[in-house]
Structure formats: structure tokens, C-alpha cells
Design a protein around this ligand. Structure first.
Ligand code: UT7
Length: 329
């Protein structure tokens, strides 16, 4: 029987217009452009401004653009998975809100939370529905309004994050392209280093939790850094090894954009040169579920059918993983 694979047949990204520069951050917290650039590689990030606007509004921009450029009607979409840690509300799922705002009426929608690995986990989950023939037109959207959970008085975290969305259309193919292999891992013990303290069922929102600033990202930078460097490189190297891929076979590495030093370490471990790595952290910062689709979107015109691409991510949970993708157009 011919194997059905899930191919990416279109990609669209979106960032809000407001740009928060390192220079502006220098006026908000005790930091410098020099510190942020050397420690993270980030120069600026986009922030969603506007009363009543949330993650779904950014996702809607990406999804509408995706439908238009792939010539897909809203009615044709059968499944939409939204990867996010900043849902519009605790419930319902942001995916449902996106579908409603776009006019997607015939689709199943749900959210998936794997923090910075969210897009990768959602892509793999969605690809299984396509490979098994369950759905033929599937949208995976990664979107995060990180500014909504960032403490702009904390220099440790506020320099890192930005807002963005990115969406891909997945369709079945019998060609040797699309999602070729994937490797996903998680370890809940890592939660102590990276989490949000309040707003969940363990510690519901209260005046005290607001006063204690417990509705923002809590991150212990160094332990997270150590795990990220090791784990992201491990999975990227493993997926290459088990598929007999060498650095010469790889057109691009697409790493989650959390820190330039983590990106460089992963590339070194894989033996790929900087020109083979998609890097746009300087302009967008860490957009959590948005980083990988934003890269693919920006590099779309350079990609050719059959290009071998390795996606790699690491994030809260901890979660981490890698995908071997053959570009389909
Ligand atoms: O995407 C999900 C996963 N997340 C990640 O992968 C993030 C991983 N972690 C990191 O990328 C890095 O740990 C950070 C960028 C968060 C921090 O960089 P670092 O090199 O690990 O710095 P550090 O936390 O060890 O701090 C070094 C110094 C400290 O001062 P002292 O104690 O040496 O006096 C900090 O207080 O830098 C200070 N510092 C800052 N200084 C100026 C921390 N943030 C800033 C800042 N500006 N924004």
C-alpha cells in the first residue's frame, strides 16, 4: 500500500506592527542593548497593542492569509489545532475562537499546550490525522501573545519575548515529501524551572496572586539554558542519525528562537554552517509557538521541493523534539 504523508502546502506568518526595541527597554528596566544582544541575540520584538485583542486575533491574520494564498475556502478545513500558552481565555479553546472569527464552520478545533515546542508537537499530531486519512485539509497555527504574561519590570524575562503567529496547511501526498520523521519528548520534572505560578486550578487568581506578580512567566534562566542546549541538540542529532542524514543532506535547520547561543550550539552539534540555519531572533525575540512557522514563512521563497529541513524545539514542560521535513513545493 502506498504510504500517505502529510505535506505542508502553504505557510503564512503575522506579526503585530508595534516594535519594542532594546533601546526602549533600556528606559523601562536596568538593561542595555549590548547585554541583550550578546546574551540573547535579540534586538527588537513585536508587541500586540490594543484593547480586547488577543492570541486569536493574531492567529486569524495568519490563517486568513494562508487560506487566501493556498486557494483554500474556509469550508474545506477539517481540523484546526492551535498551539499556544496564551489562549484568549482558559476556555473555550482558542482554536474554536479562531475558526469562528475566520468563518471555518466544518472543522474540529482544539488547542495544544507544549510551550515553546507547541508548534512542533501540533504539527506532528496533525500529521497523524492526515497520514491515517482522517482529514485532508488541516491547519496548524502557532500563536502567542507573550506580552500578556510578561512582567515588564523584570529584566530577566521582559527582554526575551515577543508576539507573533504562524500557520501551515497540511494535506496528504503520496510523494516522498512532507513530514518524514519526528521525535517528541517531555519531562514534567522540568516544570520547577519554567512555569506560571497562578491562574490555574492549584492557585486560582486572587488579589494576592496579582500582587505577587504570579501571572507572569517564571523562568530560572540558567537551568533552562542548560537543558535547552543539550536536549535540542540531542534530538536534532538523533533524528539525523536514525535517518542516515549528514550535514550535507540538510538544506536548513529551523531551531526554536529562544537564544542565539542555544541556536549556535545546536547547529554546531549537527555540523551545519550558519548559512544553513534559519535565524530571525534578532527581529522577533522568542515568540514561543510562533518561532518555527515565522522562520519557514520568511524563508519560503528560498525553499525548493525536496529540501531536507530539520525542525528543533525546546520549551516549558519541559518539552522538546525534532521533525525531519521534506519541503513539498
Ligand atoms: O523558550 C523556552 C526556553 N527558554 C530558554 O531557552 C531560555 C534559556 N535561558 C537563557 O536564554 C538565558 O539563561 C537568559 C537569556 C535568560 C539569561 O542569560 P544568562 O547568560 O543565563 O544570564 P544570567 O541569568 O546568568 O544572568 C547574568 C547576570 C545576572 O547578574 P549578576 O547576578 O551576575 O550580577 C543578571 O542579574 O545578568 C543579569 N541580567 C541582566 N543584566 C542586564 C539578567 N537579565 C539582564 C538584563 N540586562 N536584561
Amino acid at each position: 500500500m502506498t504510504k500517505i504523508r502529510a505535506k505542508i502546502s502553504g505557510i503564512q506568518g503575522w506579526v503585530p506592527p508595534y516594535i519594542l526595541t532594546n533601546k526602549e527597554l533600556e528606559t523601562m528596566v536596568e538593561t542595555t542593548d549590548e547585554w541583550i544582544m550578546t546574551r540573547t541575540g535579540i534586538r527588537e520584538r513585536h508587541i500586540l497593542k490594543g484593547e480586547g485583542l488577543g492570541t486569536s486575533d493574531m492567529a486569524v491574520e495568519a490563517v486568513k492569509g494562508l487560506l487566501a494564498k493556498t486557494g483554500t475556502t474556509a469550508d474545506e478545513v477539517e481540523l484546526l489545532i492551535c498551539a499556544t500558552v496564551t489562549p484568549d481565555m482558559v476556555f473555550p479553546a482558542t482554536a474554536n475562537i479562531i475558526c469562528d472569527k475566520v468563518g471555518i464552520k466544518n472543522a474540529v478545533g482544539y488547542d495544544l499546550n507544549a510551550a515553546c515546542s507547541g508548534f512542533l508537537f501540533a504539527l506532528v499530531t496533525a500529521s497523524k490525522f492526515v497520514e491515517t486519512g482522517t482529514f485532508k485539509k488541516v491547519i496548524v497555527v502557532g500563536a502567542d501573545k507573550m506580552s500578556s504574561i510578561t512582567d515588564y519590570t523584570s529584566r530577566e524575562t521582559c527582554v526575551l519575548f515577543g508576539d507573533a503567529s504562524g500557520a501551515v496547511l497540511l494535506e496528504p501526498t503520496t510523494e516522498e515529501v512532507g513530514v518524514m520523521d519526528s521525535l517528541l519528548q517531555s519531562d514534567g520534572a522540568g516544570r520547577v524551572h519554567l512555569h506560571m505560578k497562578a491562574g490555574g486550578s492549584v492557585k486560582p487568581s486572587s488579589h494576592d496572586t496579582v500582587d505577587a506578580k504570579e501571572h507572569f512567566v517564571y523562568q530560572e534562566g540558567q537551568p533552562v539554558f542548560k537543558f535547552a542546549v543539550t536536549k535540542m541538540a540531542d534530538v536534532a542529532a538523533e533524528i539525523m542519525e536514525r535517518n542516515n542524514l549528514t550535514s550535507e543532506d540538510i538544506s536548513y535547520l529551523v531551531p526554536h528562537q529562544a537564544n542565539m547561543r542555544i541556536i549556535e550550539a545546536t547547529a554546531r552539534r549537527m555540523g551545519v554552517g550558519k548559512e544553513q540555519v534559519m535565524i530571525n531572533i534578532e527581529r522577533y525575540g522568542n515568540t514561543t509557538s510562533g518561532t518555527i512557522p515565522l522562520c519557514l514563512w520568511e524563508w519560503e521563497n528560498k525553499l525548493k521541493k525536496g529540501d531536507n529541513i530539520i525542525l528543533a524545539a525546546f520549551g516549558g514542560g519541559f518539552t522538546w523534539g525534532s521533525v525531519w521535513l521534506k519541503w513539498a513545493y
